[in-house]
Design a protein around this ligand. Structure first.
Ligand code: GDP
Ligand code: IMO
Ligand code: MG
Length: 425
């Protein structure tokens, strides 16, 4: 059963792109399972830095077939732009295939994302404004257009004509904004659909055939499990399931075909956008983490909120996703700290929570219970084997393994491809 899931265990940006690129060296296929152009996955190689949004992070491995699964929502201008940018840097993208079931993000989804955020005023989610929420909402309410529709001009015309009317009614009467023009939208879409048409196939068949032939495949999630629509900090979440179960669904892989679930966790916490974050550091320690980790959004440039490792949240995501191996990333960012905090509980006025509560008021009102461990105070960026990591870091790793209930196999000591230690060599 040779499928491996790579998923984020926190609030996204854990370094999934880098790990996917590294593990893809030993795989024949990388399938992106969820999310859309809200993602930003960085891979840093000797050929420069690649910032991927929709294209799976296996694309820099020439032997790997990349797949956009049915669970992804596709923003065509972003995808086409990303493919052209990769091609201009000499990357072969000809192997990419796209699920004919994947939903399409349309300009009215972006418009509605922006308008809904504006209407929330102080309570905004802080979305990436890429239209993901409205596109997944249309998928669930059965108003979505899929790749199989947009590559057929007559089907597109018929379905778009119905949808644009109701969307324009909403944009004009609820939000008081201007209606979108059908003809302009239709023409733009058929142009872009023409570019991707040859790539659109029933990817679940290709994925299942590959598994049947014993090929090693990686399912790459976007976002992180604390942004999951069911078990994250709703409503401050994304609109898909960036989980091991969501990976199966989005990629077209059965649960029994998953051999390992690699949970990617930063050695501390970050979050971008609104929502509770009990272990957040609003002081100079948080700022130092932000500077050292270069914690600004890949696409949006927004500063990420920073904090100590939240073991309450991490334990929950590890358990709910059956994480079998952990990749602990950005460890080098903590190289200069005298002591390192871990949040082991959420203190409420009359009791301590050891799980993530559904009611956000509880999480927002919580004081983190912090346990401190001595830092290692040495440069780890040149270390390449697990045994050579400093003793205090090994102790920190041991502590986190206790919280996560899973072994740390990979350790990230810098952004470069080779700055990744595999404990198994
Ligand atoms: P993703 O969304 O999970 O793929 O992560 P992002 O690419 O959005 O953010 C991770 C950031 O950390 C990127 O800038 C990476 O280049 C960088 N990065 C990844 N692993 C490491 C690491 O081990 N150490 C350091 N210093 N940076 C890393
Ligand atoms: P990667 O794959 C970090 C966050 C947004 C916002 C919330 C909802 O790079 O880890 P959305 O646009 O999805 O409706 O926004 O989710 N968010 C991410 N945060 N990394 C991401 O992706 C994210 N994708 C969405 O900031 O808080
Ligand atoms: Mg990212």
């Amino acid at each position: 059963m040779p499928a491996t899931v790579i998923m984020g265990g926190q609030w996204g940006d854990e370094g999934k792109g880098k790990l996917t690129d590294a593990l893809a060296a030993r795989a024949s296929m990388v399938v992106r399972a969820n999310g859309g152009s809200n993602a930003g996955h960085t891979v840093q190689t000797h050929n420069g830095t690649f910032k991927l949004r929709l294209v799976p992070s296996g694309i820099l491995n020439p032997h790997v077939q990349c797949v956009l699964g049915a669970g992804v929502v596709i923003d065509l201008p972003t995808l086409v732009g990303e493919l052209r940018a990769l091609q201009s840097r000499g990357i072969d993208t000809s192997g990419l295939i796209i699920s004919d079931r994947a939903h399409v993000v349309l300009p009215y989804h972006k418009e509605l994302d922006r308008l809904e955020e504006r209407r929330r005023e102080q309570d905004e989610i802080g979305t990436t404004l890429n239209g993901n929420g409205p596109a997944y909402a249309d998928k669930a309410s059965r108003h979505g257009l899929r790749m199989c529709d947009v590559i057929r001009p007559e089907v597109l015309r018929r379905k778009l004509a119905i949808e644009i009317d109701s969307k324009n009614a909403q944009i004009v009467s609820v939000f008081g904004d201007s209606a979108l023009d059908f003809d302009a939208l239709y023409l733009e879409l058929i142009d872009m659909a023409e570019v991707v048409r040859p790539m659109v196939v029933p990817t679940e068949v290709v994925v299942q055939d590959a598994l049947h032939h014993g090929e090693q495949i990686i399912v790459e999630c976007a976002q992180g499990a604390m942004l999951d629509i069911d078990y994250g900090t709703y409503p401050y979440v994304t609109s898909s399931s960036p989980t091991a179960a969501g990976a199966c669904q989005g990629a077209g892989v059965a649960p029994r075909q998953i051999e390992s679930v690699v949970g990617v966790y930063k050695a501390y916490s970050t979050r971008v956008g609104g929502g509770p974050m009990p272990a957040e550091l609003l002081d100079e320690t948080g700022e130092l983490i932000r500077q050292r980790g270069r914690e600004w959004g890949v696409n949006t440039g927004r500063p990420r909120r920073t904090g100590w490792f939240d073991a309450v949240a991490a334990r929950q995501t590890s358990r709910l996703n059956g994480v079998s191996e952990v990749a602990l990333t950005l460890v080098d960012v903590l190289d200069v700290f005298e002591e390192i905090g871990v949040c082991t509980g959420y203190q409420l006025p009359d009791h301590v929570l050891r799980h993530v509560p559904a009611l956000l008021d509880e999480m927002e009102g919580a004081t983190p219970i912090l346990e401190f461990t001595p830092g290692w105070n040495s440069d780890t960026t040149a270390v390449r084997s697990f045994d050579e990591l400093p003793a205090n870091l090994l102790r920190y790793i041991g502590d986190l393994e206790g919280h996560l209930g899973a072994p740390v196999r990979y350790v990230g000591v810098g952004p470069d491809r080779e700055q990744l230690i595999d404990r198994h060599g």
